[in-house]
Design a protein around this ligand. Structure first.
Ligand code: NAD
Length: 484
């Protein structure tokens, strides 16, 4: 795959095979991957069968990693280095299969490099703890120790389309750092980046049994991934509907579910409106608005709504969108025409209900213009549900009580952002918003790849990802004690 990347810009499709435990697997049944922008064939991947998945799981389960911490850190660092060295070509592949702009996909490659670098550092760190037992009147002269062990079974991972490389990096890097085995199914909309990453990991020295990427139709292959006896943990990132189906099927497996979001930006009347409008535009339109933590609702205090909205419209009109490979465009397409049509329909519905369209709302295939709407009601589908695209719907509110009530009224609880400098308001938002993250004067999506990340309510079960927390989730903590 790596050698074929050079042909992407010239329009040479990549017909990939995949590997199970070092053996090439191919199939005449294939998934075609097309550019969301031009419709051109970017490549194809095999559609594996349930029997292939079962074989991969059995092989992975039977294998025990002999890698030391040092060896794992070396492989993870070598992966980051290889990705960095090939970053332009890797970003070309992501842009080709996802339609995301080059600015967005360069950023994504950089984030994936961070994931592997942080995971390498964590691989070197033993967080084992020591408890002295003579600390109570009935204590003993003993010590209890903790040590982390990889899971006995395999980690099954399923990833979405919106960050074709980094979503996969966030699953596999902590799995390697903690010496686990992982079988991963990427989105069938963007499978090539995942297969490329698997190849880079193998080149960097990762044993073949430790990570297998399988591409196929969920209808054919989901059953063993979710319920085979070999699977100890299912790590899923995607939408709420599929996440809840997975939760019901992965019975007595550990489940880490990172699901959809409906994140607000809240602009209070004391906010710096230039800063707030800049955050609103970047949080709504980066990655074509397709981030779980993209700004999906903008709540503005009535008293500053007019000057804030004027700035937001100005910033929105400055976002050029179009061909993802044209360096003048900061935004490319959404994932496909069907997704663009669904976004367009949500916006049309809001306009029909009385919202004021201020700019955008033009569609051409999978291209959808950055769109601003004012006077949106919190109960309308555009903002009551997750709208996964470049839309800034403005909801006006009177006071902080109303803002908090609007945010908490939806079933989602991923992240949030607040523009204010008042400490009394900040503390109320941090305490009362029912979300996994509150970012003051930053976009909801701001995080380090290392820091804990994840949602509550319909956005997830409260278990965090981010390299550090994922390693905890992927391990069993053993305690052992000694006379001391
Ligand atoms: P999706 O739920 O449609 O698909 C996600 C993955 O699940 C894909 O690999 C898909 O093939 C697979 N899948 C589909 N049906 C399945 C089934 N029946 N059994 C097993 N797997 C199945 O999501 P998407 O459209 O690819 O991604 C967008 C969604 O992901 C948005 O809702 C977004 O908010 C969410 N997301 C969440 C996070 C987070 O960390 N919370 C991060 C990124 C994206």
């Amino acid at each position: 795959l790596l050698s074929a990347l050079a042909g992407i810009r010239a329009g040479h499709p990549i017909h990939a095979s995949l590997q199970i435990a070092g053996h090439t697997v191919d199939s005449p049944r294939r998934i075609d991957v097309r550019s969301p922008y031009s419709g051109a064939l970017v490549g194809s991947v095999p559609m594996v069968t349930a029997a292939d998945v079962e074989r991969a799981l059995r092989t992975a389960k039977a294998w025990r990693s002999p890698l030391s911490r040092h060896q794992r850190a070396t492989i993870l660092l070598a992966t980051a280095e290889r990705l960095r060295a090939a970053s332009e070509a890797v970003s070309d592949l992501i842009s080709a299969e996802s339609g995301l702009s080059k600015a967005d996909t360069r950023y994504e490659v950089g984030r994936a490099c961070d994931v592997f670098t942080f995971a390498a550092h964590e691989a070197l760190r033993d967080d084992g703890a020591t408890f002295s037992c003579d600390i109570t009147p009935h204590g003993r002269s003993r010590k209890v120790f903790t040590t982390r062990e990889p899971l006995l079974g395999v980690i099954s991972a399923i990833t979405p389309f919106n960050h074709p490389l980094n979503q996969v990096a966030h699953k596999v890097a902590p799995a390697i750092a903690s010496n686990n085995r992982m079988v991963l199914k990427p989105s069938e909309k963007t499978p090539l980046s995942a297969l490329l990453l698997a190849e880079i990991l193998r080149d960097a020295g990762l044993p073949a049994e430790m990570f297998t990427v399988l591409t196929g139709d969920p209808a054919d292959i989901a059953a063993p991934l979710l319920s085979a006896a070999e699977v100890d943990l299912v790590s899923f990132t995607g939408g709420v509907a599929v996440g809840k189906q997975i939760a019901a099927r992965a019975v007595y497996k550990r489940q880490v579910l990172e699901l959809g979001g409906n994140d607000p930006l809240i602009v209070m009347e004391d906010a710096d409106l230039d800063e707030a409008a800049a955050l609103a535009a970047s949080g709504s339109y980066k990655n074509s608005g397709q981030r779980c933590t993209a700004i999906k609702r903008i709540l503005v205090q009535e008293t500053v709504a007019a000057p804030f909205i004027a700035r937001l419209v100005e910033n929105t009109l400055a976002v050029r969108h179009g061909d993802p490979f044209d360096e003048c465009n900061s935004m490319g397409t959404v994932i496909d025409e069907a997704a663009a049509i669904a976004i367009e329909a949500r916006v049309s519905d809001a306009i029909a209900r009385g919202a004021r369209l201020l700019c955008g709302h033009q569609r051409n295939g999978a291209l959808y213009a950055p769109t601003v709407l004012d006077r949106v009601d919190p109960s309308w589908p555009l903002v009551a549900q997750e709208t996964f695209g470049p839309v800034s719907p403005v909801i006006r509110f009177r006071d902080i009580d109303e803002a908090i009530a609007i945010v908490n009224a939806v079933p989602y609880g991923l992240s949030s952002a607040v523009c204010t400098n008042r400490m009394d308001w900040i503390t109320r938002f941090v305490r009362e918003l029912q979300v996994g993250t509150v970012n003051i004067r930053e976009v909801p999506g701001y995080r380090l790849e290392l820091t804990p990340f994840g949602g509550i309510k319909d956005s997830g079960l409260g278990y965090k990802e981010g390299v550090l927390e994922a390693i905890k989730g992927f391990t069993n903590l053993k305690t052992w004690s000694l006379p001391w």
